[in-house]
Ligand binder design. Sequence first.
Ligand code: 2PG
Ligand code: MG
Length: 423
Amino acid sequence: MSLTAYVKEIKARAIFDSRGDKTIEVEVRVDGGIGVASVPSGKSRSLKECEPYPKGGVEEALSVVRSVIAPRIRGLDVSRFGAIDSELSEIDGSTRFERIGGNTALATSVATAKAVATSRGVPLYRYLSEELSADVRLPLPLGNILGGGKHAGSGAPDFQEFLVIPLNCKSIHEALEANMIAHKALGSLLSLSVPGYALGRGDEGAYAPPLDNVESLEVVKAAVDLVERERGVKLGIGLDIAGSNLYDPRRRLYSLRSQGLYLSREDYLAFISELADEYNLVYIEDPVWEEDWESFVDLTRSLKRTLVCGDDLLATRAELIGEYSKRGAIKAAIIKPNQVGTLSLTWAAVKASLSNDIVPVSSHRSGETDDAFISHIAVGTGCKVLKAGVVGGERVVKANELLRIAETEADRGSPATIWELHL
Ligand code: 2PG
Ligand code: MG
């Protein structure tokens, strides 16, 4: 095992993501190791997140890697966590990677970390946990089983994601299986109860039926009850409302088109609170639009048993996580590495969450690749929850990676426990 790791070569290529869009994959070679990483793309994006690519898109990002990044990092010792990231920030010079693109930076950052990990003979999560002195534990899988909003066509519910999370599983296998079974059970219930619906799905593999928000919650609850009865597993229900997509700032109304409702802030908050009570929601992400942090505070105060989670509100920025947790606006924070552009900035966001008693949720994007680095980030940095979809190849790779990690830890004689949520 070598303690130094000098960059020998860096390559970039365009590959396709789960929506069939081009994305960037970067390959980094160091002495004794190689790492390959590809990055996802979001459709419901925060105003505060990085621009994914330079103006010329993925093609320009490839030439940035070849002509700007490669000459600067060839020969650099990248063994220390973060060494590559400070170099990338310096090359770019802006706070949101406007010049080289957040996805260009992230693919380089993750590929480098993977290369260093292989040069040390350890998987990525171990490299991260060793460098960051973080405990190795397994996250609770938060899975999207029904969806609408920007991830589906018209006719689907307004809320973007209806999620399930197993709360009392002893093994990661059991937990992941509970989500898979809930997805299947939901499919059976929908085919019985929604005439003419051919079980079409949205971008993340969740069913996208022609139902409104309340009807969707009803059928999700029925699926959850079924799994609980048959398997003895306790499954919580959650939502990612993606509130920014529902709010019309001109009219100051929330539009719930599937229900024909156009609600003022007060009426909308009352509606969300009723749903949280009625369906025992354990998790609500982005209940309101991203500039309305006061409503986040109101909901966090009133919904004592619900994790109110910020995604667009925070954009994985450590300083915003610190600020909004101090204001009492959140109990959980979405951690999406490509919102900030490097592993170091991702770690800063996780650290800010943990030090403020906020649950960090390592998260996929709606357009994903077959790379499972978010599973390694979850295990290696201490994210208590992994939000990664349930079915579909690009989602299942994240689940399967957790199974491999669990086995690796067990084989080392130190079986990893699963995080618990204290609601
Ligand atoms: C979200 C994500 C992932 P997108 O809003 O949390 O589910 O969607 O990647 O489109 O931003
Ligand atoms: Mg979200």
